[in-house]
Design a protein around this ligand. Structure first.
Ligand SMILES: [Ca+2]
Length: 488
Protein backbone atom coordinates (compact mmCIF):
# COMPACT_ATOMS: atom_id res chain seq x y z
CA UNK A 1 0.00 0.00 0.00
CA UNK A 2 1.37 3.35 -0.88
CA UNK A 3 1.43 5.80 1.98
CA UNK A 4 -0.84 8.75 1.54
CA UNK A 5 2.08 11.06 2.25
CA UNK A 6 3.93 9.67 -0.76
CA UNK A 7 0.94 10.37 -2.94
CA UNK A 8 0.72 13.99 -2.06
CA UNK A 9 3.90 15.25 -3.83
CA UNK A 10 3.09 13.14 -6.87
CA UNK A 11 -0.45 14.62 -7.04
CA UNK A 12 0.98 18.11 -6.70
CA UNK A 13 3.31 17.45 -9.62
CA UNK A 14 0.61 16.04 -11.87
CA UNK A 15 -2.31 18.35 -11.14
CA UNK A 16 -1.01 21.25 -13.26
CA UNK A 17 -0.11 18.80 -16.02
CA UNK A 18 -3.60 17.34 -15.94
CA UNK A 19 -5.13 20.81 -15.94
CA UNK A 20 -2.86 21.74 -18.84
CA UNK A 21 -3.83 18.60 -20.71
CA UNK A 22 -7.50 19.28 -20.07
CA UNK A 23 -7.06 22.86 -21.25
CA UNK A 24 -5.42 21.62 -24.43
CA UNK A 25 -8.19 19.10 -24.92
CA UNK A 26 -10.80 21.81 -24.34
CA UNK A 27 -9.09 24.12 -26.83
CA UNK A 28 -8.74 21.30 -29.33
CA UNK A 29 -12.49 20.78 -29.10
CA UNK A 30 -13.21 24.49 -29.15
CA UNK A 31 -11.04 25.58 -32.05
CA UNK A 32 -13.10 23.82 -34.72
CA UNK A 33 -16.22 25.35 -33.14
CA UNK A 34 -14.65 28.79 -33.23
CA UNK A 35 -13.61 28.27 -36.83
CA UNK A 36 -17.10 27.14 -37.69
CA UNK A 37 -18.51 30.23 -35.98
CA UNK A 38 -16.02 32.39 -37.86
CA UNK A 39 -16.78 30.67 -41.12
CA UNK A 40 -20.50 31.13 -40.72
CA UNK A 41 -21.25 34.68 -41.62
CA UNK A 42 -24.59 36.19 -42.56
CA UNK A 43 -25.60 36.80 -46.13
CA UNK A 44 -26.54 40.35 -47.00
CA UNK A 45 -29.34 41.35 -49.37
CA UNK A 46 -29.89 44.99 -50.30
CA UNK A 47 -33.28 45.93 -51.74
CA UNK A 48 -32.73 49.32 -53.38
CA UNK A 49 -35.72 51.43 -54.37
CA UNK A 50 -35.24 54.21 -56.91
CA UNK A 51 -36.11 57.80 -56.11
CA UNK A 52 -38.15 57.01 -53.06
CA UNK A 53 -38.92 58.97 -49.90
CA UNK A 54 -40.28 57.21 -46.83
CA UNK A 55 -43.82 57.14 -48.22
CA UNK A 56 -45.05 53.99 -46.53
CA UNK A 57 -48.28 53.01 -44.84
CA UNK A 58 -46.33 52.69 -41.59
CA UNK A 59 -45.11 56.28 -41.82
CA UNK A 60 -48.72 57.47 -42.10
CA UNK A 61 -48.83 58.15 -45.84
CA UNK A 62 -52.36 58.02 -47.16
CA UNK A 63 -53.28 56.19 -50.37
CA UNK A 64 -50.17 54.00 -50.44
CA UNK A 65 -50.25 50.29 -49.59
CA UNK A 66 -47.00 48.85 -48.31
CA UNK A 67 -47.80 45.83 -46.12
CA UNK A 68 -44.58 43.99 -46.96
CA UNK A 69 -42.17 46.81 -46.14
CA UNK A 70 -44.25 47.61 -43.04
CA UNK A 71 -43.92 43.99 -41.92
CA UNK A 72 -40.19 44.04 -42.59
CA UNK A 73 -40.00 47.13 -40.35
CA UNK A 74 -41.94 45.35 -37.61
CA UNK A 75 -39.57 42.39 -37.78
CA UNK A 76 -36.53 44.64 -37.97
CA UNK A 77 -35.62 48.26 -37.31
CA UNK A 78 -36.76 51.30 -39.27
CA UNK A 79 -34.28 54.18 -39.35
CA UNK A 80 -36.14 57.48 -39.44
CA UNK A 81 -33.27 59.84 -40.25
CA UNK A 82 -31.32 58.13 -43.01
CA UNK A 83 -29.99 60.53 -45.65
CA UNK A 84 -28.96 59.31 -49.07
CA UNK A 85 -28.80 61.56 -52.04
CA UNK A 86 -29.25 63.61 -53.95
CA UNK A 87 -29.38 61.96 -57.34
CA UNK A 88 -28.81 58.47 -58.68
CA UNK A 89 -25.26 58.34 -60.00
CA UNK A 90 -23.93 60.58 -57.25
CA UNK A 91 -25.56 58.76 -54.33
CA UNK A 92 -24.78 55.35 -55.83
CA UNK A 93 -21.14 56.38 -56.20
CA UNK A 94 -21.20 57.34 -52.52
CA UNK A 95 -22.98 54.45 -50.87
CA UNK A 96 -21.06 51.89 -52.94
CA UNK A 97 -17.69 53.30 -51.84
CA UNK A 98 -18.48 54.62 -48.36
CA UNK A 99 -17.10 57.97 -49.57
CA UNK A 100 -18.63 61.39 -50.12
CA UNK A 101 -18.98 61.80 -53.90
CA UNK A 102 -17.31 65.22 -53.69
CA UNK A 103 -14.16 63.55 -52.29
CA UNK A 104 -13.70 61.11 -55.16
CA UNK A 105 -14.65 63.32 -58.12
CA UNK A 106 -18.02 61.59 -58.57
CA UNK A 107 -20.17 64.62 -57.75
CA UNK A 108 -21.44 65.57 -61.22
CA UNK A 109 -24.44 63.61 -62.49
CA UNK A 110 -23.38 62.01 -64.74
CA UNK A 111 -19.66 62.54 -64.77
CA UNK A 112 -18.39 62.70 -68.35
CA UNK A 113 -14.73 61.90 -67.83
CA UNK A 114 -14.86 59.37 -65.04
CA UNK A 115 -11.74 59.18 -62.92
CA UNK A 116 -10.15 56.13 -61.36
CA UNK A 117 -11.00 55.80 -57.70
CA UNK A 118 -8.18 57.07 -55.47
CA UNK A 119 -5.82 54.51 -53.98
CA UNK A 120 -7.39 52.83 -50.98
CA UNK A 121 -10.93 53.39 -52.27
CA UNK A 122 -12.84 50.55 -53.91
CA UNK A 123 -16.45 49.59 -54.62
CA UNK A 124 -18.04 47.75 -51.71
CA UNK A 125 -18.17 44.56 -53.76
CA UNK A 126 -14.37 44.48 -54.01
CA UNK A 127 -14.02 44.71 -50.23
CA UNK A 128 -16.70 42.07 -49.70
CA UNK A 129 -15.07 39.76 -52.24
CA UNK A 130 -11.75 40.11 -50.42
CA UNK A 131 -13.58 39.21 -47.22
CA UNK A 132 -14.73 35.97 -48.85
CA UNK A 133 -18.19 37.04 -49.99
CA UNK A 134 -19.83 36.17 -53.30
CA UNK A 135 -21.30 39.31 -54.85
CA UNK A 136 -24.35 39.68 -57.05
CA UNK A 137 -26.39 42.43 -58.68
CA UNK A 138 -29.50 40.39 -59.26
CA UNK A 139 -31.33 40.73 -62.55
CA UNK A 140 -32.64 37.18 -62.94
CA UNK A 141 -34.99 36.38 -60.08
CA UNK A 142 -36.93 33.22 -59.18
CA UNK A 143 -39.83 32.50 -61.53
CA UNK A 144 -42.64 33.35 -59.08
CA UNK A 145 -41.28 36.90 -58.83
CA UNK A 146 -42.15 37.45 -62.49
CA UNK A 147 -39.98 40.56 -62.83
CA UNK A 148 -36.31 41.38 -63.23
CA UNK A 149 -33.99 43.54 -61.18
CA UNK A 150 -32.88 46.61 -63.11
CA UNK A 151 -29.22 45.80 -62.50
CA UNK A 152 -28.46 49.50 -62.21
CA UNK A 153 -25.04 50.59 -60.99
CA UNK A 154 -24.64 54.11 -62.44
CA UNK A 155 -21.27 54.76 -60.81
CA UNK A 156 -19.43 57.99 -61.64
CA UNK A 157 -15.97 56.43 -61.39
CA UNK A 158 -13.65 53.85 -62.88
CA UNK A 159 -12.03 51.08 -60.87
CA UNK A 160 -9.93 47.96 -61.17
CA UNK A 161 -11.57 44.54 -61.26
CA UNK A 162 -15.07 43.12 -61.75
CA UNK A 163 -18.12 44.85 -60.29
CA UNK A 164 -20.21 41.79 -59.34
CA UNK A 165 -19.76 38.03 -59.61
CA UNK A 166 -23.27 37.19 -60.79
CA UNK A 167 -26.67 38.49 -61.89
CA UNK A 168 -28.59 35.35 -61.08
CA UNK A 169 -30.55 34.53 -57.92
CA UNK A 170 -29.99 30.83 -58.63
CA UNK A 171 -26.29 31.28 -57.75
CA UNK A 172 -26.98 32.45 -54.22
CA UNK A 173 -27.78 29.10 -52.61
CA UNK A 174 -24.46 27.56 -53.55
CA UNK A 175 -22.27 30.65 -53.02
CA UNK A 176 -22.67 31.78 -49.44
CA UNK A 177 -21.93 33.96 -47.77
CA UNK A 178 -23.18 36.44 -50.33
CA UNK A 179 -23.61 40.16 -50.65
CA UNK A 180 -26.38 40.74 -53.17
CA UNK A 181 -28.52 43.64 -54.26
CA UNK A 182 -31.75 43.99 -56.21
CA UNK A 183 -32.50 47.31 -57.84
CA UNK A 184 -36.17 48.18 -58.21
CA UNK A 185 -37.19 50.72 -60.85
CA UNK A 186 -40.92 51.13 -60.04
CA UNK A 187 -40.61 54.48 -58.25
CA UNK A 188 -38.40 55.93 -60.98
CA UNK A 189 -40.18 57.93 -63.66
CA UNK A 190 -42.11 57.13 -65.85
CA UNK A 191 -44.55 55.76 -63.28
CA UNK A 192 -46.32 52.81 -64.89
CA UNK A 193 -47.97 50.95 -62.02
CA UNK A 194 -51.63 49.91 -61.69
CA UNK A 195 -53.78 52.83 -60.60
CA UNK A 196 -55.04 52.45 -57.04
CA UNK A 197 -54.53 55.72 -55.16
CA UNK A 198 -57.34 58.26 -55.21
CA UNK A 199 -55.87 61.59 -56.38
CA UNK A 200 -58.52 63.45 -54.38
CA UNK A 201 -57.24 61.91 -51.16
CA UNK A 202 -53.46 62.24 -51.52
CA UNK A 203 -51.62 64.78 -49.39
CA UNK A 204 -49.32 67.12 -51.28
CA UNK A 205 -46.42 69.05 -49.78
CA UNK A 206 -47.50 72.70 -49.51
CA UNK A 207 -44.95 73.92 -52.05
CA UNK A 208 -46.75 72.05 -54.85
CA UNK A 209 -49.96 73.52 -56.32
CA UNK A 210 -53.17 71.83 -55.21
CA UNK A 211 -54.14 71.11 -58.79
CA UNK A 212 -55.52 67.97 -60.52
CA UNK A 213 -52.25 67.54 -62.45
CA UNK A 214 -50.19 67.60 -59.25
CA UNK A 215 -52.62 65.30 -57.44
CA UNK A 216 -52.59 62.75 -60.28
CA UNK A 217 -48.80 62.84 -60.45
CA UNK A 218 -48.48 62.26 -56.70
CA UNK A 219 -51.06 59.45 -56.86
CA UNK A 220 -49.04 57.83 -59.67
CA UNK A 221 -45.94 58.00 -57.48
CA UNK A 222 -47.74 56.37 -54.55
CA UNK A 223 -49.05 53.65 -56.86
CA UNK A 224 -45.46 53.02 -57.92
CA UNK A 225 -44.61 52.59 -54.23
CA UNK A 226 -47.49 50.14 -53.81
CA UNK A 227 -46.18 48.13 -56.76
CA UNK A 228 -42.63 48.28 -55.36
CA UNK A 229 -43.95 46.85 -52.10
CA UNK A 230 -45.72 44.00 -53.90
CA UNK A 231 -42.47 43.02 -55.62
CA UNK A 232 -40.50 43.24 -52.40
CA UNK A 233 -43.05 40.86 -50.90
CA UNK A 234 -42.34 38.38 -53.71
CA UNK A 235 -38.58 38.58 -53.13
CA UNK A 236 -38.96 38.04 -49.38
CA UNK A 237 -41.17 35.06 -50.08
CA UNK A 238 -38.54 33.60 -52.41
CA UNK A 239 -35.87 34.15 -49.76
CA UNK A 240 -37.97 32.20 -47.28
CA UNK A 241 -38.84 29.46 -49.75
CA UNK A 242 -35.19 28.93 -50.68
CA UNK A 243 -34.24 28.55 -47.03
CA UNK A 244 -32.08 31.69 -47.06
CA UNK A 245 -34.18 34.03 -44.91
CA UNK A 246 -32.80 32.93 -41.54
CA UNK A 247 -29.21 33.49 -42.67
CA UNK A 248 -29.67 36.75 -44.55
CA UNK A 249 -29.66 40.35 -43.35
CA UNK A 250 -32.23 42.21 -45.44
CA UNK A 251 -31.67 45.92 -45.97
CA UNK A 252 -34.27 48.02 -47.77
CA UNK A 253 -33.52 51.65 -48.66
CA UNK A 254 -34.04 54.41 -51.21
CA UNK A 255 -31.13 55.41 -53.47
CA UNK A 256 -32.16 59.09 -53.35
CA UNK A 257 -35.21 61.22 -52.65
CA UNK A 258 -38.39 61.06 -54.72
CA UNK A 259 -38.33 62.40 -58.27
CA UNK A 260 -40.53 65.39 -57.68
CA UNK A 261 -39.75 69.02 -58.36
CA UNK A 262 -38.15 69.84 -55.01
CA UNK A 263 -36.93 66.29 -54.30
CA UNK A 264 -34.22 64.50 -56.26
CA UNK A 265 -31.38 66.81 -57.36
CA UNK A 266 -31.93 69.31 -54.54
CA UNK A 267 -30.60 69.53 -51.01
CA UNK A 268 -33.86 69.66 -49.04
CA UNK A 269 -35.24 66.84 -46.92
CA UNK A 270 -37.28 65.69 -49.92
CA UNK A 271 -34.13 65.05 -51.93
CA UNK A 272 -32.18 63.25 -49.22
CA UNK A 273 -34.29 61.65 -46.57
CA UNK A 274 -35.15 58.13 -47.63
CA UNK A 275 -36.38 54.97 -45.93
CA UNK A 276 -33.99 52.47 -44.38
CA UNK A 277 -35.24 49.21 -42.88
CA UNK A 278 -32.95 46.43 -41.65
CA UNK A 279 -34.08 42.93 -40.67
CA UNK A 280 -31.64 40.71 -38.80
CA UNK A 281 -31.74 36.97 -39.52
CA UNK A 282 -32.73 34.44 -36.86
CA UNK A 283 -29.56 32.34 -37.12
CA UNK A 284 -27.27 35.16 -36.00
CA UNK A 285 -27.38 37.07 -32.72
CA UNK A 286 -28.56 40.62 -33.32
CA UNK A 287 -26.15 43.43 -32.37
CA UNK A 288 -26.81 45.10 -29.02
CA UNK A 289 -27.78 48.36 -30.74
CA UNK A 290 -30.37 46.62 -32.93
CA UNK A 291 -33.77 46.15 -31.28
CA UNK A 292 -36.27 44.48 -33.62
CA UNK A 293 -39.62 46.20 -33.83
CA UNK A 294 -38.28 49.64 -32.90
CA UNK A 295 -37.49 52.93 -34.63
CA UNK A 296 -33.94 54.26 -34.60
CA UNK A 297 -33.62 58.04 -35.00
CA UNK A 298 -29.85 58.34 -35.24
CA UNK A 299 -28.59 60.59 -38.04
CA UNK A 300 -27.25 58.21 -40.67
CA UNK A 301 -25.66 58.82 -44.05
CA UNK A 302 -25.80 56.49 -47.05
CA UNK A 303 -22.01 56.20 -46.85
CA UNK A 304 -22.40 54.45 -43.48
CA UNK A 305 -23.78 51.33 -45.16
CA UNK A 306 -20.51 50.21 -46.79
CA UNK A 307 -18.30 50.14 -43.67
CA UNK A 308 -21.12 48.50 -41.73
CA UNK A 309 -21.37 45.71 -44.31
CA UNK A 310 -17.59 45.18 -44.31
CA UNK A 311 -17.63 44.98 -40.52
CA UNK A 312 -20.50 42.50 -40.57
CA UNK A 313 -18.50 40.50 -43.11
CA UNK A 314 -15.69 40.18 -40.58
CA UNK A 315 -13.16 42.46 -42.27
CA UNK A 316 -11.58 45.66 -41.00
CA UNK A 317 -12.99 48.98 -42.13
CA UNK A 318 -10.69 50.42 -44.83
CA UNK A 319 -8.74 53.34 -43.34
CA UNK A 320 -9.79 55.91 -45.94
CA UNK A 321 -13.49 55.13 -45.75
CA UNK A 322 -15.51 58.17 -44.63
CA UNK A 323 -18.70 56.30 -43.69
CA UNK A 324 -19.14 55.17 -40.10
CA UNK A 325 -19.95 51.70 -38.82
CA UNK A 326 -23.46 51.98 -37.37
CA UNK A 327 -24.20 48.47 -36.09
CA UNK A 328 -22.50 46.08 -33.71
CA UNK A 329 -19.66 46.33 -31.19
CA UNK A 330 -17.48 48.54 -33.40
CA UNK A 331 -20.23 51.13 -33.94
CA UNK A 332 -18.62 54.54 -34.34
CA UNK A 333 -19.56 57.86 -32.75
CA UNK A 334 -23.02 59.03 -33.76
CA UNK A 335 -23.17 61.72 -36.42
CA UNK A 336 -23.87 65.26 -35.32
CA UNK A 337 -24.40 66.34 -38.92
CA UNK A 338 -25.36 65.00 -42.31
CA UNK A 339 -24.10 66.79 -45.40
CA UNK A 340 -25.41 67.14 -48.90
CA UNK A 341 -24.14 68.28 -52.26
CA UNK A 342 -25.53 69.12 -55.65
CA UNK A 343 -23.45 69.80 -58.73
CA UNK A 344 -24.22 69.54 -62.44
CA UNK A 345 -27.24 67.38 -63.17
CA UNK A 346 -27.49 66.55 -66.85
CA UNK A 347 -27.11 69.86 -68.70
CA UNK A 348 -27.87 72.02 -65.65
CA UNK A 349 -24.79 73.20 -63.72
CA UNK A 350 -25.58 74.26 -60.18
CA UNK A 351 -23.49 73.99 -57.02
CA UNK A 352 -25.21 73.62 -53.66
CA UNK A 353 -23.85 72.38 -50.34
CA UNK A 354 -25.98 71.65 -47.28
CA UNK A 355 -25.69 70.48 -43.71
CA UNK A 356 -28.35 69.41 -41.22
CA UNK A 357 -28.08 68.62 -37.54
CA UNK A 358 -31.48 67.03 -37.15
CA UNK A 359 -33.11 70.29 -36.02
CA UNK A 360 -31.89 72.82 -38.57
CA UNK A 361 -30.80 72.66 -42.17
CA UNK A 362 -28.40 75.18 -43.66
CA UNK A 363 -27.96 75.46 -47.44
CA UNK A 364 -25.29 77.43 -49.27
CA UNK A 365 -26.18 78.13 -52.90
CA UNK A 366 -22.85 78.74 -54.61
CA UNK A 367 -24.58 79.49 -57.94
CA UNK A 368 -27.61 81.59 -56.88
CA UNK A 369 -27.82 83.09 -60.37
CA UNK A 370 -29.05 79.69 -61.62
CA UNK A 371 -32.80 79.65 -60.86
CA UNK A 372 -34.54 76.74 -59.18
CA UNK A 373 -36.47 75.99 -62.39
CA UNK A 374 -33.39 76.29 -64.64
CA UNK A 375 -33.85 74.60 -68.00
CA UNK A 376 -33.58 70.83 -67.80
CA UNK A 377 -34.91 68.69 -70.62
CA UNK A 378 -35.53 65.62 -68.44
CA UNK A 379 -37.71 67.51 -65.99
CA UNK A 380 -39.60 69.38 -68.66
CA UNK A 381 -40.38 66.07 -70.30
CA UNK A 382 -41.11 63.94 -67.24
CA UNK A 383 -42.23 66.18 -64.35
CA UNK A 384 -45.77 67.47 -64.99
CA UNK A 385 -45.55 69.74 -61.94
CA UNK A 386 -42.36 71.37 -63.27
CA UNK A 387 -44.35 72.80 -66.18
CA UNK A 388 -47.49 73.35 -64.10
CA UNK A 389 -45.58 75.65 -61.74
CA UNK A 390 -44.44 77.81 -64.67
CA UNK A 391 -47.99 78.05 -66.04
CA UNK A 392 -49.60 78.91 -62.71
CA UNK A 393 -46.80 81.36 -61.94
CA UNK A 394 -47.54 83.21 -65.19
CA UNK A 395 -51.22 83.26 -64.23
CA UNK A 396 -50.48 84.54 -60.72
CA UNK A 397 -52.13 81.52 -59.10
CA UNK A 398 -49.38 80.28 -56.78
CA UNK A 399 -49.15 80.58 -53.00
CA UNK A 400 -46.03 82.27 -51.55
CA UNK A 401 -44.44 78.87 -50.75
CA UNK A 402 -44.95 77.78 -54.36
CA UNK A 403 -43.92 81.14 -55.79
CA UNK A 404 -40.47 80.77 -54.19
CA UNK A 405 -39.69 77.96 -56.64
CA UNK A 406 -40.33 80.24 -59.62
CA UNK A 407 -37.97 83.07 -58.69
CA UNK A 408 -35.27 84.18 -61.16
CA UNK A 409 -32.52 83.36 -58.67
CA UNK A 410 -31.93 81.23 -55.60
CA UNK A 411 -31.25 82.77 -52.22
CA UNK A 412 -27.54 82.87 -51.34
CA UNK A 413 -28.25 81.03 -48.11
CA UNK A 414 -31.17 79.10 -46.67
CA UNK A 415 -31.87 78.06 -43.11
CA UNK A 416 -34.82 75.97 -42.00
CA UNK A 417 -36.04 74.90 -38.61
CA UNK A 418 -36.88 71.24 -39.21
CA UNK A 419 -38.74 70.89 -35.91
CA UNK A 420 -41.28 73.64 -36.62
CA UNK A 421 -41.11 73.70 -40.43
CA UNK A 422 -40.66 70.14 -41.72
CA UNK A 423 -41.45 71.15 -45.31
CA UNK A 424 -38.71 73.81 -45.24
CA UNK A 425 -40.78 76.69 -46.58
CA UNK A 426 -39.75 79.48 -44.16
CA UNK A 427 -36.21 80.54 -44.98
CA UNK A 428 -34.73 81.89 -41.73
CA UNK A 429 -31.39 82.99 -43.20
CA UNK A 430 -32.38 86.63 -42.66
CA UNK A 431 -34.19 86.05 -39.38
CA UNK A 432 -33.05 88.29 -36.53
CA UNK A 433 -34.00 85.76 -33.85
CA UNK A 434 -30.85 84.98 -31.82
CA UNK A 435 -31.36 81.19 -32.02
CA UNK A 436 -31.69 81.34 -35.82
CA UNK A 437 -28.62 83.52 -36.17
CA UNK A 438 -26.64 81.25 -33.85
CA UNK A 439 -27.62 78.18 -35.90
CA UNK A 440 -26.79 79.95 -39.16
CA UNK A 441 -23.34 80.90 -37.94
CA UNK A 442 -22.64 77.50 -36.46
CA UNK A 443 -23.85 75.46 -39.42
CA UNK A 444 -22.16 77.72 -41.97
CA UNK A 445 -18.88 77.20 -40.11
CA UNK A 446 -19.41 73.43 -39.97
CA UNK A 447 -20.18 73.32 -43.71
CA UNK A 448 -17.18 75.47 -44.65
CA UNK A 449 -14.91 73.21 -42.62
CA UNK A 450 -16.43 70.06 -44.14
CA UNK A 451 -15.71 71.36 -47.65
CA UNK A 452 -12.03 71.64 -46.67
CA UNK A 453 -11.91 68.37 -44.74
CA UNK A 454 -13.36 66.23 -47.52
CA UNK A 455 -11.36 68.07 -50.20
CA UNK A 456 -14.55 69.00 -52.07
CA UNK A 457 -13.66 68.65 -55.74
CA UNK A 458 -16.71 70.64 -56.77
CA UNK A 459 -14.70 73.76 -55.98
CA UNK A 460 -13.03 73.26 -59.36
CA UNK A 461 -15.50 73.89 -62.20
CA UNK A 462 -15.85 71.39 -65.02
CA UNK A 463 -14.31 72.35 -68.39
CA UNK A 464 -16.24 75.09 -70.20
CA UNK A 465 -17.43 72.78 -72.98
CA UNK A 466 -19.01 70.23 -70.60
CA UNK A 467 -22.64 71.31 -70.98
CA UNK A 468 -22.30 71.31 -74.75
CA UNK A 469 -20.79 67.83 -74.63
CA UNK A 470 -23.67 66.62 -72.43
CA UNK A 471 -26.26 68.08 -74.80
CA UNK A 472 -24.70 66.54 -77.86
CA UNK A 473 -24.24 63.17 -76.13
CA UNK A 474 -27.91 62.38 -75.59
CA UNK A 475 -31.35 63.03 -76.90
CA UNK A 476 -33.56 64.09 -73.95
CA UNK A 477 -35.35 61.22 -72.25
CA UNK A 478 -34.01 58.64 -74.70
CA UNK A 479 -30.84 56.67 -75.23
CA UNK A 480 -31.00 53.51 -73.23
CA UNK A 481 -28.51 51.76 -75.46
CA UNK A 482 -24.78 51.59 -74.91
CA UNK A 483 -22.90 54.70 -75.93
CA UNK A 484 -25.92 56.91 -75.44
CA UNK A 485 -26.61 58.92 -72.35
CA UNK A 486 -29.93 58.62 -70.61
CA UNK A 487 -31.34 61.86 -69.29
CA UNK A 488 -32.56 62.08 -65.72
CA1 LIG B 1 -32.32 56.99 -58.32
Amino acid sequence: MVPVTSLAPSTKIHAPMIRHALTLLYLACLIPVLHAAEAKRPNILWLIAEDFGAHLSCTGTKEVRTPNIDKLATEGVRYTRFYNGMVCSVSRSSFMTGMHAVSIGAHNHRTLDKKMLPEGVKPLTSWMREAGYFTANLVTLPEPCDFKGSGKTDWNFQFEGPDFDSKDWADLKSHGPFYAQINFKETHRDYKSPKKADPAKVELPPYYPDHPIARQDWADYLDAATELDRKIGLVLEALQKDGLADDTIVIFFGDNGQSHVRGKQFCYEEGFRVPLVIRWPKNFPAPANFKPGTLDDRLLDGIDLAPTMIDIGGAAKPPKMQGRICLGPRTEAPREYVFGSRDRCDETPMRIRAVANGHYRYIHNFTPEVPFLAANAYKEKQYPVWNLLKTLHAEGKLTPAQEVLCQPRMPDQELYNLDTDPFEIHNLANSTAPEDQAQLKKLRGVLDQWIIDVDDQGRTPEPADTVQRVKSAKPAGKGKGKGKRKAE
